[in-house]
Write a protein that binds this ligand. Structure first.
Ligand SMILES: [Cu+2]
Length: 390
């Protein structure tokens, strides 16, 4: 079967998937880019600001352009919203590109939003509208789209964002839930997991308008934010057990599906490549600084743990309407979600940020570092005797 025939077959599979999904016929027939928020409003009722969604004249709202940045960083944003709801305009270009994923030069034809794995973090406040212009690079081979778990209806927007190479589409959705949410490509059928495990996922953070709070209602603020996208890869091997290399996107399709069916990843890495957040690429902080870690895993469960530190406040399911867990050691990120841990560093040194399946961390690559500067506090830890023969 040629690549074209394969794509055609896959697209037919996608249509079958869509017709089997209850949401779609109405969504596909009725949704337009002009009025989806209004159309949804009657069932949404009051929004968090006490304003019915149907009463919002979107065209009169302030429009702000958010410049997306490469992970592990976050776009500039206010932790407490200034003013009422806004339209937050973002642009993403889908780029298929060959990337190296480990120190041995193992490669994959990745499907990316904005050229990075994970795709960039988008930040807004609850009640804001996100207006996404999604483009597919003309040099791409495949059809792509995006399913925002932060969005409501039309398969998270997936049904309204299919783009072929060289096309662009504009989607607007209202961020009605506060929290961190995965987004990922979902073109249909087997192409959904195939694209997701080729790097095509990212996260949206929807902050409460009045900012984050602890259980007592006191404000929680952060000095830095790091955005970690954990990616499981399933790289096919040849008969000698060596990882295979491919010359173009989709060439790995049959081999890749066979590797995916094992459910055993060959690589579990942070930000697209073994070591992307370790050593010279370590995240940095200072003693006394409060750091937010946003951890996204679009496909598979994970157990983030900061070795030598804690999660002071953790929303492991990502929902900011819930009270954060406090003072915990390891948090659980369900596949298909993003969660948040906040920690105020108390000691200098190198911390390892891992998934505490330590086989995956050490053998498969899921290790990052946080390099923290500052004064050591003997009251918290002190070596009372150096190693000596007893
Ligand atoms: Cu895709």
């Amino acid at each position: 079967m040629t690549v074209t025939e394969k794509v055609s077959k896959i697209n037919n599979g996608r249509r079958a998937f869509l017709t089997a999904t209850a949401a779609t016929s109405a969504a596909l027939a009725g949704a337009s880019l002009v009025g989806p928020a209004n159309a949804q409003s009657t069932s949404e009722g009051a929004n968090p600001l006490g304003v019915a969604t149907s009463d919002v004249d979107i065209s009169s709202l302030p429009r702000v352009r958010q410049k997306l940045v490469a992970p592990p960083f976050a776009p500039e944003h206010d932790q407490v919203a200034k003013g009422g709801p806004k339209v937050v305009q973002v642009e993403m270009t889908i780029i298929e590109k060959k990337i190296e994923i480990d120190h041995d030069g193992t490669s994959i034809w990745a499907f990316t939003y904005e050229g990075t794995v994970p795709g960039p973090l988008i930040v807004c406040h609850q009640g804001d509208y996100i207006e996404l212009t999604l483009r597919s690079d003309p040099n791409n081979e495949l059809e792509h789209n995006v399913d925002f778990h932060a969005a409501t209806g039309a398969l998270g927007g997936a049904a309204l964002t299919y783009v072929q190479p060289g096309e662009e589409v504009v989607l607007q959705f209202r961020a009605i839930k506060a929290g961190t949410f995965t987004y990922h490509c979902a073109p249909g059928g087997v192409m959904i997991p195939y694209h997701v495990v080729h790097g095509m996922n990212g996260a949206v953070m929807v902050l409460p308008r009045d900012g984050l709070k602890n259980k007592a209602g006191e404000p929680i603020r952060y000095d830095r934010l790091y955005y970690i996208g954990e990616q499981d890869f399933y790289i096919p091997k040849d008969t000698y057990g060596n990882y295979k290399h491919y010359d173009f996107a989709l060439e790995d399709f049959t081999d890749s599906l066979a590797a995916m069916r094992t459910l055993v990843p060959t690589h579990v890495v942070f930000n697209g490549k073994e070591g992307a957040l370790a050593g010279d690429n370590a995240m940095t902080a200072k003693v006394g600084e409060t750091v937010m870690f946003v951890h996204n895993q679009a496909n598979r469960d994970s157990r983030p743990h900061l070795i030598g530190g804690h999660g002071d406040y953790v929303w492991e399911q990502g929902g900011f309407d819930d009270d954060p867990a406090t003072g915990i050691e390891t948090w659980f990120i369900r596949g298909g979600s993003a969660g948040v841990a906040i920690y105020t560093f108390k000691q200098p040194g190198i911390y390892a940020y891992v998934t505490h399946n330590l086989i995956e961390a050490v053998l498969l690559g899921a290790v990052g570092h946080v390099k923290v500067e500052g004064e050591w506090d003997d009251a918290l830890m002190k070596q009372l005797k150096k190693p000596t023969r007893f």
